[in-house]
Ligand binder design. Structure first.
Ligand code: NAP
Length: 530
Protein backbone atom coordinates (compact mmCIF):
# COMPACT_ATOMS: atom_id res chain seq x y z
CA UNK A 1 0.00 0.00 0.00
CA UNK A 2 1.50 3.40 -1.00
CA UNK A 3 1.88 6.11 1.62
CA UNK A 4 -0.91 7.97 -0.10
CA UNK A 5 -3.26 5.00 -0.10
CA UNK A 6 -2.37 4.41 3.54
CA UNK A 7 -3.20 8.04 4.30
CA UNK A 8 -6.60 7.72 2.65
CA UNK A 9 -7.23 4.40 4.31
CA UNK A 10 -6.30 5.85 7.70
CA UNK A 11 -8.64 8.78 7.17
CA UNK A 12 -11.49 6.53 6.04
CA UNK A 13 -10.82 4.33 9.07
CA UNK A 14 -10.71 7.39 11.26
CA UNK A 15 -14.18 8.33 10.12
CA UNK A 16 -15.74 4.89 9.99
CA UNK A 17 -17.73 3.14 12.74
CA UNK A 18 -16.44 -0.13 14.09
CA UNK A 19 -19.32 -2.44 13.25
CA UNK A 20 -22.51 -1.70 11.37
CA UNK A 21 -24.70 -4.20 9.60
CA UNK A 22 -26.02 -2.68 6.39
CA UNK A 23 -24.56 -0.90 3.42
CA UNK A 24 -25.91 1.94 1.31
CA UNK A 25 -23.59 1.92 -1.66
CA UNK A 26 -24.37 4.30 -4.52
CA UNK A 27 -27.06 2.85 -6.72
CA UNK A 28 -29.36 4.57 -9.17
CA UNK A 29 -32.24 2.27 -8.21
CA UNK A 30 -32.38 3.43 -4.59
CA UNK A 31 -35.42 5.54 -3.71
CA UNK A 32 -34.86 9.16 -2.77
CA UNK A 33 -36.54 8.68 0.62
CA UNK A 34 -35.06 5.83 2.60
CA UNK A 35 -36.67 3.72 5.26
CA UNK A 36 -35.39 4.39 8.75
CA UNK A 37 -32.64 1.79 9.09
CA UNK A 38 -32.93 -0.97 11.66
CA UNK A 39 -29.84 0.55 13.24
CA UNK A 40 -31.55 3.94 13.59
CA UNK A 41 -34.69 2.30 15.01
CA UNK A 42 -32.57 0.40 17.53
CA UNK A 43 -30.78 3.61 18.50
CA UNK A 44 -34.10 5.35 19.18
CA UNK A 45 -35.34 2.41 21.27
CA UNK A 46 -32.10 2.30 23.29
CA UNK A 47 -32.10 6.05 23.87
CA UNK A 48 -35.72 5.93 25.04
CA UNK A 49 -34.81 3.21 27.54
CA UNK A 50 -31.78 5.12 28.82
CA UNK A 51 -33.89 8.27 29.34
CA UNK A 52 -31.62 10.25 27.00
CA UNK A 53 -34.18 10.77 24.23
CA UNK A 54 -35.73 13.91 25.67
CA UNK A 55 -38.38 15.71 23.63
CA UNK A 56 -39.27 18.70 25.83
CA UNK A 57 -37.51 21.91 26.80
CA UNK A 58 -35.81 22.26 30.18
CA UNK A 59 -36.80 25.19 32.38
CA UNK A 60 -36.05 25.41 36.11
CA UNK A 61 -35.18 21.71 36.19
CA UNK A 62 -38.54 20.65 34.70
CA UNK A 63 -39.16 19.15 31.27
CA UNK A 64 -41.82 21.29 29.62
CA UNK A 65 -43.80 21.68 26.37
CA UNK A 66 -44.44 24.92 24.53
CA UNK A 67 -47.21 26.88 26.26
CA UNK A 68 -49.40 26.55 23.12
CA UNK A 69 -48.35 22.89 22.58
CA UNK A 70 -46.86 23.72 19.17
CA UNK A 71 -44.14 21.33 18.03
CA UNK A 72 -41.47 20.97 15.38
CA UNK A 73 -40.21 17.75 13.86
CA UNK A 74 -36.64 16.58 14.21
CA UNK A 75 -35.61 14.44 11.23
CA UNK A 76 -32.81 12.07 10.35
CA UNK A 77 -31.10 13.81 7.39
CA UNK A 78 -29.95 10.48 5.95
CA UNK A 79 -33.49 9.18 5.52
CA UNK A 80 -35.86 12.10 6.01
CA UNK A 81 -37.69 10.11 8.69
CA UNK A 82 -39.06 11.95 11.71
CA UNK A 83 -37.20 10.97 14.89
CA UNK A 84 -39.39 12.83 17.35
CA UNK A 85 -41.38 16.07 17.81
CA UNK A 86 -40.02 18.77 20.13
CA UNK A 87 -41.72 21.91 21.43
CA UNK A 88 -41.70 25.01 19.25
CA UNK A 89 -40.98 27.60 21.93
CA UNK A 90 -40.80 31.38 21.69
CA UNK A 91 -40.64 34.49 23.83
CA UNK A 92 -42.80 33.29 26.72
CA UNK A 93 -40.80 30.14 27.39
CA UNK A 94 -37.52 32.01 26.89
CA UNK A 95 -38.55 34.59 29.49
CA UNK A 96 -39.42 31.75 31.88
CA UNK A 97 -36.01 30.20 31.25
CA UNK A 98 -34.28 33.55 31.83
CA UNK A 99 -36.13 33.99 35.16
CA UNK A 100 -35.11 30.49 36.18
CA UNK A 101 -31.45 31.12 35.27
CA UNK A 102 -31.54 34.48 37.03
CA UNK A 103 -32.86 32.94 40.24
CA UNK A 104 -30.36 30.07 40.12
CA UNK A 105 -27.47 32.50 39.51
CA UNK A 106 -27.68 33.76 43.07
CA UNK A 107 -26.85 30.40 44.67
CA UNK A 108 -24.70 28.90 41.87
CA UNK A 109 -22.37 31.90 41.79
CA UNK A 110 -21.99 31.68 45.58
CA UNK A 111 -20.67 28.11 45.50
CA UNK A 112 -16.95 27.70 45.93
CA UNK A 113 -14.93 27.01 42.80
CA UNK A 114 -14.20 23.54 44.18
CA UNK A 115 -17.90 22.77 44.51
CA UNK A 116 -18.66 23.93 40.97
CA UNK A 117 -15.65 21.98 39.73
CA UNK A 118 -17.01 18.77 41.28
CA UNK A 119 -20.39 19.18 39.57
CA UNK A 120 -18.67 19.73 36.23
CA UNK A 121 -16.41 16.72 36.72
CA UNK A 122 -19.47 14.55 37.45
CA UNK A 123 -21.16 15.89 34.31
CA UNK A 124 -18.03 15.08 32.28
CA UNK A 125 -17.95 11.55 33.70
CA UNK A 126 -21.59 11.01 32.69
CA UNK A 127 -21.01 12.37 29.17
CA UNK A 128 -18.15 9.92 28.75
CA UNK A 129 -20.12 7.05 30.30
CA UNK A 130 -22.84 7.71 27.68
CA UNK A 131 -20.42 8.30 24.83
CA UNK A 132 -21.91 5.61 22.61
CA UNK A 133 -25.51 6.82 23.16
CA UNK A 134 -24.60 10.45 22.54
CA UNK A 135 -22.53 9.57 19.48
CA UNK A 136 -25.45 7.65 17.98
CA UNK A 137 -27.81 10.52 18.75
CA UNK A 138 -25.51 12.94 16.92
CA UNK A 139 -25.39 10.70 13.85
CA UNK A 140 -29.15 10.23 14.00
CA UNK A 141 -30.07 13.93 13.98
CA UNK A 142 -27.04 15.47 12.27
CA UNK A 143 -25.95 12.75 9.84
CA UNK A 144 -22.18 12.69 10.37
CA UNK A 145 -20.45 9.28 10.36
CA UNK A 146 -20.63 7.55 13.73
CA UNK A 147 -16.86 7.60 14.19
CA UNK A 148 -16.90 11.39 13.82
CA UNK A 149 -19.84 11.64 16.23
CA UNK A 150 -17.97 9.63 18.84
CA UNK A 151 -15.01 11.95 18.29
CA UNK A 152 -17.32 14.91 18.87
CA UNK A 153 -18.46 13.44 22.20
CA UNK A 154 -14.86 13.15 23.41
CA UNK A 155 -14.03 16.63 22.12
CA UNK A 156 -17.25 18.13 23.51
CA UNK A 157 -16.93 16.44 26.90
CA UNK A 158 -13.33 17.69 26.99
CA UNK A 159 -14.59 21.27 27.40
CA UNK A 160 -16.50 20.25 30.52
CA UNK A 161 -13.47 18.45 31.94
CA UNK A 162 -11.16 21.37 31.16
CA UNK A 163 -13.63 23.82 32.71
CA UNK A 164 -13.88 21.68 35.85
CA UNK A 165 -10.12 21.97 36.21
CA UNK A 166 -9.89 25.63 35.24
CA UNK A 167 -12.68 26.64 37.66
CA UNK A 168 -10.08 26.40 40.42
CA UNK A 169 -7.67 28.75 38.67
CA UNK A 170 -9.79 31.90 38.27
CA UNK A 171 -7.25 34.11 39.98
CA UNK A 172 -7.53 37.80 40.76
CA UNK A 173 -4.63 40.21 41.31
CA UNK A 174 -3.08 42.44 43.93
CA UNK A 175 -1.67 45.63 42.40
CA UNK A 176 1.17 47.50 44.10
CA UNK A 177 -0.49 50.55 45.64
CA UNK A 178 0.30 54.08 44.55
CA UNK A 179 -0.37 55.54 48.05
CA UNK A 180 0.93 54.09 51.33
CA UNK A 181 -2.50 53.80 53.00
CA UNK A 182 -4.18 51.93 50.14
CA UNK A 183 -4.43 48.36 48.90
CA UNK A 184 -5.56 47.62 45.34
CA UNK A 185 -7.25 44.36 44.38
CA UNK A 186 -8.67 42.87 41.19
CA UNK A 187 -11.51 40.38 41.55
CA UNK A 188 -12.89 38.22 38.77
CA UNK A 189 -16.62 37.60 39.04
CA UNK A 190 -19.18 35.80 36.86
CA UNK A 191 -20.87 37.88 34.19
CA UNK A 192 -24.36 36.63 35.13
CA UNK A 193 -27.04 34.90 33.05
CA UNK A 194 -25.72 33.80 29.64
CA UNK A 195 -27.78 33.19 26.49
CA UNK A 196 -26.00 30.53 24.39
CA UNK A 197 -27.16 30.09 20.78
CA UNK A 198 -25.60 27.22 18.85
CA UNK A 199 -25.65 25.69 15.33
CA UNK A 200 -26.45 22.19 14.06
CA UNK A 201 -23.03 21.09 12.81
CA UNK A 202 -21.61 20.16 16.24
CA UNK A 203 -24.74 19.50 18.29
CA UNK A 204 -22.76 18.74 21.47
CA UNK A 205 -19.38 20.46 21.26
CA UNK A 206 -20.67 23.92 20.36
CA UNK A 207 -22.76 23.78 23.54
CA UNK A 208 -20.17 22.41 25.95
CA UNK A 209 -17.56 24.88 24.63
CA UNK A 210 -19.80 27.66 25.99
CA UNK A 211 -21.59 26.08 28.93
CA UNK A 212 -18.47 24.50 30.51
CA UNK A 213 -16.60 27.78 31.09
CA UNK A 214 -19.82 29.69 31.85
CA UNK A 215 -20.74 27.31 34.68
CA UNK A 216 -17.16 27.10 35.92
CA UNK A 217 -17.08 30.89 36.32
CA UNK A 218 -20.40 30.89 38.22
CA UNK A 219 -22.75 31.91 35.39
CA UNK A 220 -26.08 30.20 34.63
CA UNK A 221 -27.29 29.57 31.09
CA UNK A 222 -30.23 29.54 28.71
CA UNK A 223 -29.22 27.36 25.77
CA UNK A 224 -30.89 27.60 22.37
CA UNK A 225 -29.73 24.74 20.16
CA UNK A 226 -30.56 24.64 16.46
CA UNK A 227 -34.07 23.38 15.76
CA UNK A 228 -32.42 20.88 13.38
CA UNK A 229 -30.41 19.16 16.16
CA UNK A 230 -31.93 19.81 19.59
CA UNK A 231 -31.85 16.19 20.80
CA UNK A 232 -28.16 16.02 21.68
CA UNK A 233 -28.51 19.29 23.63
CA UNK A 234 -31.45 17.86 25.56
CA UNK A 235 -29.59 14.62 26.31
CA UNK A 236 -26.60 16.61 27.57
CA UNK A 237 -28.92 18.73 29.73
CA UNK A 238 -30.50 15.55 31.15
CA UNK A 239 -27.00 14.39 32.13
CA UNK A 240 -26.33 17.76 33.78
CA UNK A 241 -29.34 17.12 36.02
CA UNK A 242 -28.12 13.59 36.74
CA UNK A 243 -24.77 15.13 37.70
CA UNK A 244 -26.60 17.09 40.39
CA UNK A 245 -26.21 20.51 38.78
CA UNK A 246 -29.07 22.40 40.45
CA UNK A 247 -32.32 23.17 38.61
CA UNK A 248 -32.22 26.47 36.74
CA UNK A 249 -28.46 26.50 36.21
CA UNK A 250 -28.89 24.87 32.78
CA UNK A 251 -32.05 25.67 30.78
CA UNK A 252 -32.83 24.68 27.19
CA UNK A 253 -35.41 26.27 24.88
CA UNK A 254 -35.85 25.66 21.16
CA UNK A 255 -38.22 26.60 18.38
CA UNK A 256 -38.73 30.04 16.90
CA UNK A 257 -35.14 31.28 16.64
CA UNK A 258 -35.89 34.96 16.07
CA UNK A 259 -38.39 35.12 18.97
CA UNK A 260 -36.03 33.31 21.33
CA UNK A 261 -33.12 35.50 20.22
CA UNK A 262 -35.17 38.68 20.66
CA UNK A 263 -36.23 37.67 24.17
CA UNK A 264 -32.61 36.97 25.16
CA UNK A 265 -31.49 40.29 23.68
CA UNK A 266 -34.28 42.33 25.27
CA UNK A 267 -33.82 40.99 28.79
CA UNK A 268 -31.78 43.09 31.19
CA UNK A 269 -31.26 39.92 33.26
CA UNK A 270 -29.24 38.32 30.46
CA UNK A 271 -25.76 39.82 30.69
CA UNK A 272 -24.08 38.01 27.85
CA UNK A 273 -24.86 36.44 24.50
CA UNK A 274 -22.52 33.77 23.21
CA UNK A 275 -23.27 32.69 19.66
CA UNK A 276 -21.89 30.21 17.16
CA UNK A 277 -23.38 30.30 13.69
CA UNK A 278 -23.55 32.28 10.51
CA UNK A 279 -21.98 35.73 10.19
CA UNK A 280 -25.34 37.18 9.10
CA UNK A 281 -27.13 36.10 12.30
CA UNK A 282 -24.08 37.02 14.40
CA UNK A 283 -24.23 40.59 13.11
CA UNK A 284 -27.94 40.80 13.97
CA UNK A 285 -27.26 39.61 17.50
CA UNK A 286 -24.36 42.02 17.93
CA UNK A 287 -26.58 44.90 16.86
CA UNK A 288 -29.43 43.66 19.07
CA UNK A 289 -27.19 43.36 22.12
CA UNK A 290 -26.47 47.08 21.99
CA UNK A 291 -29.91 47.89 23.41
CA UNK A 292 -28.92 46.53 26.81
CA UNK A 293 -25.13 46.77 26.29
CA UNK A 294 -24.60 43.05 26.76
CA UNK A 295 -21.29 41.32 26.39
CA UNK A 296 -21.08 39.37 23.14
CA UNK A 297 -18.90 36.50 21.96
CA UNK A 298 -19.28 35.44 18.35
CA UNK A 299 -17.94 32.33 16.59
CA UNK A 300 -18.98 32.95 12.98
CA UNK A 301 -18.38 31.68 9.48
CA UNK A 302 -14.98 31.05 7.94
CA UNK A 303 -13.42 30.89 4.48
CA UNK A 304 -10.36 28.82 5.31
CA UNK A 305 -7.45 28.77 2.89
CA UNK A 306 -5.43 25.58 2.71
CA UNK A 307 -2.07 26.52 1.15
CA UNK A 308 0.05 23.77 -0.40
CA UNK A 309 3.57 24.93 -1.27
CA UNK A 310 5.89 23.26 -3.80
CA UNK A 311 8.10 22.13 -0.92
CA UNK A 312 5.29 20.30 0.90
CA UNK A 313 5.31 16.54 1.50
CA UNK A 314 2.67 15.42 -1.00
CA UNK A 315 1.21 12.63 1.13
CA UNK A 316 1.03 14.83 4.22
CA UNK A 317 -0.63 17.60 2.21
CA UNK A 318 -3.20 15.26 0.65
CA UNK A 319 -4.07 13.66 3.97
CA UNK A 320 -4.24 17.02 5.77
CA UNK A 321 -6.28 18.73 3.05
CA UNK A 322 -8.79 15.87 2.98
CA UNK A 323 -9.21 15.99 6.75
CA UNK A 324 -9.55 19.78 6.71
CA UNK A 325 -12.00 19.77 3.80
CA UNK A 326 -14.18 16.70 4.15
CA UNK A 327 -14.81 16.41 7.89
CA UNK A 328 -18.57 16.43 8.49
CA UNK A 329 -19.02 16.45 4.68
CA UNK A 330 -17.47 19.91 4.55
CA UNK A 331 -19.93 21.35 7.04
CA UNK A 332 -17.64 22.92 9.62
CA UNK A 333 -16.60 26.53 10.07
CA UNK A 334 -12.93 25.51 9.92
CA UNK A 335 -13.28 23.39 6.77
CA UNK A 336 -10.79 24.25 4.04
CA UNK A 337 -12.87 26.38 1.68
CA UNK A 338 -10.10 27.18 -0.82
CA UNK A 339 -7.18 24.89 -1.57
CA UNK A 340 -4.38 27.14 -2.89
CA UNK A 341 -1.73 25.05 -4.65
CA UNK A 342 1.63 26.31 -5.90
CA UNK A 343 2.24 25.83 -9.63
CA UNK A 344 5.14 23.39 -9.29
CA UNK A 345 3.10 20.83 -7.35
CA UNK A 346 -0.36 21.64 -8.76
CA UNK A 347 -0.73 18.73 -11.24
CA UNK A 348 0.73 16.14 -8.87
CA UNK A 349 -1.40 17.37 -5.97
CA UNK A 350 -4.60 17.61 -8.04
CA UNK A 351 -4.19 14.01 -9.22
CA UNK A 352 -3.28 12.53 -5.84
CA UNK A 353 -5.94 14.54 -4.00
CA UNK A 354 -8.70 13.58 -6.48
CA UNK A 355 -7.70 9.92 -6.25
CA UNK A 356 -7.88 10.02 -2.46
CA UNK A 357 -11.20 11.89 -2.45
CA UNK A 358 -12.64 9.29 -4.80
CA UNK A 359 -12.11 6.68 -2.09
CA UNK A 360 -14.32 8.49 0.43
CA UNK A 361 -17.42 6.35 0.81
CA UNK A 362 -20.74 8.20 0.92
CA UNK A 363 -23.74 6.91 2.87
CA UNK A 364 -25.74 6.75 6.06
CA UNK A 365 -23.50 7.63 9.01
CA UNK A 366 -24.33 4.32 10.67
CA UNK A 367 -22.88 2.31 7.76
CA UNK A 368 -19.47 0.79 8.23
CA UNK A 369 -16.76 2.47 6.16
CA UNK A 370 -18.80 5.59 5.42
CA UNK A 371 -16.71 8.77 5.53
CA UNK A 372 -19.27 11.20 4.10
CA UNK A 373 -22.80 11.54 5.43
CA UNK A 374 -25.68 13.57 3.99
CA UNK A 375 -25.80 17.36 4.02
CA UNK A 376 -28.04 18.78 6.70
CA UNK A 377 -30.96 19.70 4.43
CA UNK A 378 -32.11 20.45 0.90
CA UNK A 379 -31.19 24.14 1.17
CA UNK A 380 -27.58 23.11 1.89
CA UNK A 381 -27.47 20.97 -1.28
CA UNK A 382 -28.96 23.74 -3.38
CA UNK A 383 -26.32 26.16 -2.10
CA UNK A 384 -23.55 23.73 -3.08
CA UNK A 385 -25.14 23.20 -6.50
CA UNK A 386 -25.35 26.92 -7.16
CA UNK A 387 -21.69 27.48 -6.19
CA UNK A 388 -20.51 24.64 -8.45
CA UNK A 389 -22.65 25.94 -11.32
CA UNK A 390 -21.21 29.43 -10.88
CA UNK A 391 -17.64 28.08 -10.96
CA UNK A 392 -18.25 26.01 -14.11
CA UNK A 393 -19.92 28.93 -15.86
CA UNK A 394 -16.79 31.01 -15.16
CA UNK A 395 -14.35 28.42 -16.55
CA UNK A 396 -13.50 26.06 -13.65
CA UNK A 397 -13.24 22.31 -14.42
CA UNK A 398 -14.85 19.50 -12.43
CA UNK A 399 -12.10 16.99 -11.69
CA UNK A 400 -14.30 14.72 -9.59
CA UNK A 401 -17.96 14.55 -8.56
CA UNK A 402 -19.81 17.80 -9.11
CA UNK A 403 -23.35 16.57 -8.62
CA UNK A 404 -25.86 15.04 -6.22
CA UNK A 405 -25.06 11.50 -5.17
CA UNK A 406 -27.18 8.69 -6.59
CA UNK A 407 -28.27 7.84 -3.03
CA UNK A 408 -30.68 10.76 -3.34
CA UNK A 409 -31.90 12.72 -0.32
CA UNK A 410 -29.22 15.30 0.55
CA UNK A 411 -26.19 13.19 -0.35
CA UNK A 412 -23.68 15.01 -2.57
CA UNK A 413 -20.66 13.52 -4.32
CA UNK A 414 -17.27 14.41 -2.82
CA UNK A 415 -16.11 16.94 -5.39
CA UNK A 416 -12.85 18.43 -6.60
CA UNK A 417 -12.88 21.45 -8.90
CA UNK A 418 -9.75 22.67 -10.67
CA UNK A 419 -8.79 26.09 -12.04
CA UNK A 420 -10.90 28.04 -9.56
CA UNK A 421 -10.45 31.83 -9.51
CA UNK A 422 -10.86 34.41 -6.74
CA UNK A 423 -13.97 35.96 -8.23
CA UNK A 424 -15.97 32.71 -8.14
CA UNK A 425 -18.52 32.12 -5.36
CA UNK A 426 -16.52 29.06 -4.28
CA UNK A 427 -13.69 31.44 -3.34
CA UNK A 428 -15.74 34.30 -1.98
CA UNK A 429 -18.09 32.44 0.40
CA UNK A 430 -18.31 29.35 2.56
CA UNK A 431 -19.61 26.46 0.44
CA UNK A 432 -20.35 24.36 3.56
CA UNK A 433 -20.36 21.13 1.59
CA UNK A 434 -18.03 18.45 0.20
CA UNK A 435 -16.53 20.55 -2.58
CA UNK A 436 -12.79 21.26 -2.74
CA UNK A 437 -11.88 24.12 -5.10
CA UNK A 438 -8.22 24.15 -6.24
CA UNK A 439 -6.67 27.56 -6.98
CA UNK A 440 -3.18 27.71 -8.51
CA UNK A 441 -0.66 30.34 -7.33
CA UNK A 442 2.95 31.26 -8.19
CA UNK A 443 4.68 32.87 -5.19
CA UNK A 444 4.47 32.92 -1.38
CA UNK A 445 3.42 36.61 -1.52
CA UNK A 446 0.60 35.77 -3.91
CA UNK A 447 -0.59 32.90 -1.67
CA UNK A 448 -0.72 35.21 1.35
CA UNK A 449 -2.55 37.89 -0.62
CA UNK A 450 -5.12 35.39 -1.93
CA UNK A 451 -5.54 33.79 1.50
CA UNK A 452 -6.20 37.13 3.21
CA UNK A 453 -8.48 38.42 0.45
CA UNK A 454 -11.69 37.74 2.41
CA UNK A 455 -13.70 39.25 5.24
CA UNK A 456 -13.44 35.96 7.13
CA UNK A 457 -10.51 35.04 9.39
CA UNK A 458 -11.13 31.83 11.30
CA UNK A 459 -8.86 28.90 10.30
CA UNK A 460 -6.04 28.55 7.78
CA UNK A 461 -3.85 25.60 6.85
CA UNK A 462 -0.33 25.58 5.45
CA UNK A 463 1.60 22.64 4.00
CA UNK A 464 5.36 23.18 3.68
CA UNK A 465 8.58 21.52 4.80
CA UNK A 466 10.30 24.86 5.42
CA UNK A 467 10.39 25.97 9.05
CA UNK A 468 11.16 29.54 8.01
CA UNK A 469 8.23 29.65 5.60
CA UNK A 470 5.85 28.13 8.15
CA UNK A 471 6.68 30.96 10.61
CA UNK A 472 6.57 33.69 7.97
CA UNK A 473 3.26 32.59 6.53
CA UNK A 474 1.64 31.94 9.94
CA UNK A 475 2.51 35.47 11.03
CA UNK A 476 1.20 36.97 7.79
CA UNK A 477 -2.13 35.13 7.74
CA UNK A 478 -5.04 37.19 9.11
CA UNK A 479 -6.62 34.22 10.86
CA UNK A 480 -7.35 33.16 14.43
CA UNK A 481 -6.10 29.56 13.97
CA UNK A 482 -3.32 28.20 11.77
CA UNK A 483 -2.56 24.53 11.16
CA UNK A 484 0.90 23.72 9.80
CA UNK A 485 1.10 20.32 8.09
CA UNK A 486 -2.08 19.34 9.96
CA UNK A 487 -5.74 19.42 8.93
CA UNK A 488 -7.50 18.96 12.29
CA UNK A 489 -6.28 21.26 15.03
CA UNK A 490 -9.19 22.00 17.40
CA UNK A 491 -8.74 20.98 21.03
CA UNK A 492 -10.25 22.17 24.29
CA UNK A 493 -6.84 23.24 25.61
CA UNK A 494 -6.14 25.77 22.80
CA UNK A 495 -7.94 29.06 22.06
CA UNK A 496 -10.49 28.83 19.23
CA UNK A 497 -11.88 31.89 17.48
CA UNK A 498 -11.67 34.18 14.52
CA UNK A 499 -10.56 37.65 13.50
CA UNK A 500 -12.23 40.09 11.07
CA UNK A 501 -15.84 39.04 10.46
CA UNK A 502 -15.30 35.50 11.77
CA UNK A 503 -16.03 36.64 15.27
CA UNK A 504 -15.15 38.12 18.62
CA UNK A 505 -13.61 36.40 21.61
CA UNK A 506 -12.13 32.94 22.13
CA UNK A 507 -13.50 29.60 23.27
CA UNK A 508 -11.64 26.79 24.99
CA UNK A 509 -8.34 27.07 26.91
CA UNK A 510 -7.65 29.51 29.74
CA UNK A 511 -8.48 32.39 27.37
CA UNK A 512 -12.04 31.12 26.92
CA UNK A 513 -12.74 31.61 30.63
CA UNK A 514 -12.35 35.39 30.37
CA UNK A 515 -15.47 35.57 28.20
CA UNK A 516 -17.60 34.75 31.26
CA UNK A 517 -15.83 36.96 33.80
CA UNK A 518 -16.11 40.59 34.79
CA UNK A 519 -13.09 42.33 36.24
CA UNK A 520 -13.74 44.32 39.39
CA UNK A 521 -11.20 46.70 40.89
CA UNK A 522 -11.44 47.19 44.67
CA UNK A 523 -9.52 49.97 46.39
CA UNK A 524 -9.15 49.56 50.14
CA UNK A 525 -8.30 52.96 51.60
CA UNK A 526 -7.51 54.48 54.96
CA UNK A 527 -5.28 51.50 55.84
CA UNK A 528 -3.39 53.40 58.53
CA UNK A 529 -6.35 53.71 60.91
CA UNK A 530 -7.19 50.96 63.38
P1 NAP B 1 -27.29 30.02 11.71
O1 NAP B 1 -28.37 29.93 10.71
O2 NAP B 1 -26.71 31.34 11.99
O3 NAP B 1 -27.87 29.36 13.04
C1 NAP B 1 -27.11 29.28 14.23
C2 NAP B 1 -28.06 29.37 15.41
O4 NAP B 1 -28.68 30.65 15.40
C3 NAP B 1 -29.18 28.35 15.36
O5 NAP B 1 -29.50 27.95 16.66
C4 NAP B 1 -30.32 29.16 14.76
O6 NAP B 1 -31.59 28.64 15.11
C5 NAP B 1 -30.09 30.48 15.45
N1 NAP B 1 -30.71 31.63 14.82
C6 NAP B 1 -31.07 31.80 13.53
N2 NAP B 1 -31.62 33.03 13.38
C7 NAP B 1 -31.63 33.62 14.60
C8 NAP B 1 -32.07 34.89 15.10
N3 NAP B 1 -32.63 35.81 14.31
N4 NAP B 1 -31.92 35.15 16.41
C9 NAP B 1 -31.36 34.24 17.22
N5 NAP B 1 -30.93 33.04 16.82
C10 NAP B 1 -31.04 32.74 15.51
O7 NAP B 1 -26.06 29.08 11.34
P2 NAP B 1 -26.12 27.54 10.95
O8 NAP B 1 -26.53 27.44 9.54
O9 NAP B 1 -26.89 26.77 11.96
O10 NAP B 1 -24.59 27.12 11.13
C11 NAP B 1 -23.68 27.24 10.12
C12 NAP B 1 -22.82 28.48 10.30
O11 NAP B 1 -22.21 28.44 11.58
C13 NAP B 1 -21.68 28.53 9.31
O12 NAP B 1 -21.51 29.84 8.84
C14 NAP B 1 -20.47 28.12 10.14
O13 NAP B 1 -19.25 28.59 9.65
C15 NAP B 1 -20.82 28.70 11.46
N6 NAP B 1 -20.08 28.04 12.54
C16 NAP B 1 -19.08 28.72 13.16
C17 NAP B 1 -18.34 28.11 14.14
C18 NAP B 1 -17.22 28.83 14.83
O14 NAP B 1 -16.78 28.36 15.86
N7 NAP B 1 -16.76 29.97 14.33
C19 NAP B 1 -18.62 26.78 14.52
C20 NAP B 1 -19.65 26.11 13.87
C21 NAP B 1 -20.37 26.76 12.88
P3 NAP B 1 -32.36 27.57 14.19
O15 NAP B 1 -31.33 26.63 13.67
O16 NAP B 1 -33.29 26.94 15.15
O17 NAP B 1 -33.00 28.36 13.11
Amino acid sequence: MSTLMRATHTFTKLLSPSSRSFSLRPSASLPTRHQMSTEAENVIARLKNSGLLRSQGLIAGKWVDAHDRKTIKVCNPATGEVIVDVPCMGQKETNDAISSAYEAFYSWSKLTATERSKFLRKWYDLLIAHKEDLGQLITLEQGKPLKESLGEVSYGAGFIEFSAEEAKRIYGDIIPATLPDRRLFVLKQPVGVVGAITPWNFPLAMITRKVGPALACGCTVVIKPSELTPLTALAAAELSLQAGIPPGVVNVVMGNAADIGDALLASTQVRKITFTGSTAVGKKLMAGASGTVKRVSLELGGNAPCIVFDDADLDVAVKGAIAAKFRNSGQTCVCANRVLVQEGIYEKFANAFSKAVQNLQVGDGFTEGVAQGPLINEAAVQKVESFVKDAISKGAKVLLGGKRHSLGMTFYEPTVIGGVKSEMLLSREEVFGPVAPLLPFKTEEEAIRLANDTNAGLAAYVFTNSIQRSWRVSEALEYGLVGINEGIISTEVAPFGGVKQSGLGREGSKYGMDEYLEIKYVCLGNMNSN
